[in-house]
Design a protein around this ligand. Structure first.
Ligand code: SF4
Length: 349
């Protein structure tokens, strides 16, 4: 990269952000470290429209880092319910506890210190440092990687060390020299990747009012490599998993199991998959459920049992939960929707 390229890219991106970037996202108002951090973690694997809605609800329930620190993990997971990738919610909780315990409830300004906190990677640390504290630091999320790779024609696998090193080098070199431009530039990178240079339909290939300022310098455009950059790597094989759910009901309560901290729906509440029941209780096979996760295709067979008498003994990780208390627990999406139907049927019975 020569000086002209750097200067042009940075200046043009800043100008583009001012005219065509996003200016009214909820986390662009009152940019505290807590609000920036929360939005960044939510945006990691969730679409912006979903985040807009869930971000407001999360902040309403946990308005400050102290509220999040004091909350139980079940309440945090309940609020996160339906957004998937629950490790993010567990790390949010751990991170809030660490910031309150070790930093008196104030996120550090130094990106290196931010990076040491649970669930905060280098790019998220940089976003917090820039937006909340005006500290110079480079972001490099998936969208930014794609933009830089296309503009500079990086055809390698972007998940590999050599390419990542090169991209971080570019990202740091391109940072504006004046702190006044830092926020606009960083927001511009995010907005440009999310709305202009998108994965499958970048602005230069579509008819739209949005224009790309890099048409004349972008290597991917000039060399007809847009569909090849970023390089598509082979997808991980999706495994089929057969699962049994025991829907055990007694006295307006349902039996749930807190799942192990590893594996599918780690740490969330679901129906027991194995249980010892009294002899001769009636087991009703309900309609099977199919549910697709990132790397798993689940075939679930729910079996319903209504008990007149309570079980004499249940496992330590099982719990009877009243229907009215279910909203306080972190439940995987299919469990949540199954319970909703079950309660409606129960109320209508
Ligand atoms: S010219 Fe096309 S591929 Fe290149 S940066 Fe612009 S939108 Fe992206």
């Amino acid at each position: 990269m020569n000086f002209i390229e750097i200067k042009n890219f940075t200046e043009q991106l800043i100008a583009w952000q001012k005219k065509q970037g996003r200016h009214h996202l909820p986390w662009q108002e009152n940019r505290t470290a807590y609000r920036v951090w929360l939005s960044e973690v939510m945006l990691q694997q969730t679409q912006v429209n979903t985040v807009i809605e869930r971000y407001q609800a999360f902040l309403k329930r946990f308005p400050t880092i102290q509220h999040l620190d004091r909350a139980s993990i079940d309440h945090v997971l309940a609020e996160w319910s339906g957004m998937g990738y629950y490790t993010r919610a567990r790390n949010l909780h751990k991170c809030a506890q660490t910031v309150v315990d070790q930093f008196d409830g104030v996120f550090p300004k130094d990106p290196k210190k931010l990076e040491d906190l649970p669930g905060i990677g280098r790019s998220t640390a940089a976003a917090i440092a820039v937006f909340a504290y005006g500290q110079p630091a480079a972001i490099l999320d998936g969208n930014v990687k794609r933009v830089l790779a296309r503009v500079w024609g990086i055809e390698e696998d972007l998940s590999k060390g050599a390419a990542i090193k090169k991209l971080w080098g570019h990202a740091e070199t391109l940072l504006p020299q004046t702190s006044a431009d830092l926020v606009t530039y960083t927001q511009g990178l995010m907005d440009f990747g999310a709305t202009c240079c998108t994965q499958s339909n970048p602005a230069c290939l579509r008819t739209s009012s949005m224009t790309c300022p890099f048409m004349n310098i972008c290597v991917a455009k000039k060399s007809n490599l847009i569909q090849k950059i970023p390089l598509k790597v082979k997808k991980v094989k999706v495994l089929k998993v057969d699962m049994k759910w025991w829907i055990v009901i007694h006295d307006g309560q349902v039996l749930l199991e807190k799942r192990a901290e590893q594996g599918i729906w780690a740490g969330l509440w679901s129906f027991p998959e194995e249980i010892s029941l009294p002899k001769n209780v009636q087991q009703i096979d309900l309609s099977p459920i199919k549910h697709v996760l990132t790397h798993r295709r689940l075939n679930i067979q729910p079996k319903k049992v209504v008990l007149k008498k309570n079980l004499s003994k249940i496992n330590d990780n099982f719990s009877w939960v009243a229907f009215s208390e279910l909203s306080n627990l972190g439940l995987p999406t299919p469990v949540k929707s199954f319970l909703k139907d079950l309660i409606q049927a129960h109320d209508g019975a």
